[in-house]
Design a binder for this molecule. Sequence first.
Ligand SMILES: NC(=O)c1ccc[n+]([C@@H]2O[C@H](COP(=O)([O-])OP(=O)(O)OC[C@H]3O[C@@H](n4cnc5c(N)ncnc54)[C@H](O)[C@@H]3O)[C@@H](O)[C@H]2O)c1
Ligand SMILES: O=S(=O)(O)c1ccc(CO)cc1
Length: 477
Amino acid sequence: MSSYSTPQQYIAGRWREGRGAASLHVTNPANGEVLATYAAAHPQDIDEALSAAQDGFSRWSALTALDRSACLRKAAALLRERAPLLGLQLTLEQGKPLAESGREIEQAAQMLEWFAEEGRRCYGHTIPSRWPTTRFHTLRQPIGPVAAFTPWNFPVMLSASKLGAALAAGCSVVLKPAEETPLAVSGLVRCLVEAGVPANAVQLLLGVPAEVSSALIASPTIRKVSFTGSQAVGRQIAALAGQHLKPVTLELGGHAPVIVCADADPLAAVQTLVQIKLRNAGQICANPSRFFVHRSRYEAFVAAFASVARATRMGDGRDAATTMGPLASERRVRAVRALVDDARAQGARLVCGGEPGPGLGFFYAPTVLAEVPAHARIMQEEPFGPLVPVAPFDTLDEAIGLANSLPVGLAAFGFTQDLHSARRIGEEVRAGAVALNTVALMQPETPFGGVLDSGIGRENGLQGIEPYLTTRTIATA
Ligand SMILES: NC(=O)c1ccc[n+]([C@@H]2O[C@H](COP(=O)([O-])OP(=O)(O)OC[C@H]3O[C@@H](n4cnc5c(N)ncnc54)[C@H](O)[C@@H]3O)[C@@H](O)[C@H]2O)c1
Ligand SMILES: O=S(=O)(O)c1ccc(CO)cc1
């Protein structure tokens, strides 16, 4: 497969093989074929990346914000130029259809541009003094070298968000992407380096996750940790960060409730929801995943979702006719299948789907389940797949209670024409972001992150650069 090359480490300004004993494999989820095998980073590679990151921090933080901004803008332009190849590599390693890969590369470019501008606005303050002869002001300074860990679902966009924010603030970054999807992220790092980001300001470590994260977080060089991924791994990262007193940003997904009220048009709600539900085969942290529909609209909603689900064309993301690709790995297929089997065993009605897709790839059909009891695992655990579990409700109080019944809160969705209901859903459902009559939630300009067990801190928006800055107070006589 000529479009897919062997992923390499980028350490101290050189692209090279890792020296670790472990071999890692990249598998095309559309057909199960191994695309590449590469050597993991060795502890010595990690040490070299850390020394380089220290040096990179000195060089990069010494540049003006304007110079850093220019590099990030140029990197965004390079990313767009290279989108056809990077998009193809992303589809090969991750499975999403080419159109979605192109969208992700564009979103990544937009992230870099947003932070290129925000980096120019890291203002300090002048503070009124209690003493006539003393002046106080504050300086915003980069916090230091950053360890960033990104997942396989949006490897390029989520890496661009962390790299963009940290680099714009003047920090150097050691990035560890998911071992399953390393190549398109490497392309992003290449764009940054070729755009003029000094070699040591960015390191890319591909390795055994726990080895890399434990070494990086324990190192005194690293001053900030940022992770996106599962709650289980997030807890491990947070524990390590706490042990070493490093500030941490965590984006850990959720289990987004959808409330469709009696006054909503159920067909319009389905048409809107499907735009996000089947994107990336449902593997989006903000994916709508628990559907509560007013009893008067319930059957129409279930029937409409099933009809859209049945019309989905599953296939290889390179095929123009494909509307939904495979899941990212075989373990994801096992996980969603187990949730569907459990729901059925608990009395849910299988309306459509509930079976694997074509060929040897990691496909699972869009699946609509009705009358799903609240205690079924699928209503408790984030499915991270193309599953639509639906349950009826009678009052808005009941729906909000069901939405708030889990200890997570990343995204939530509401469909209603009633201002009072919209206000209640917007203000009472516990979530970092609530979308009303829309599924548009994420853009570079809006803060993104969870409440409760969905994470710590915010990425993007005005808040996105904050975690990478520290504030120095200067008193002058
Ligand atoms: N918040 C998100 O955007 C996001 C993204 C991907 C996955 N998830 C969640 O993860 C769940 C399971 O995903 P999975 O099947 O890939 O399992 P998983 O939790 O084992 O995640 C594996 C990923 O986490 C990384 N990882 C594992 N251990 C690590 C460590 N000690 N240090 C650093 N990184 C580590 C790996 O690189 C790998 O890419 C999904 O159901 C979903 O809830 C969330
Ligand atoms: O597809 S998007 O709605 O743009 C989206 C939202 C959130 C995330 C985080 O996993 C990725 C993509």
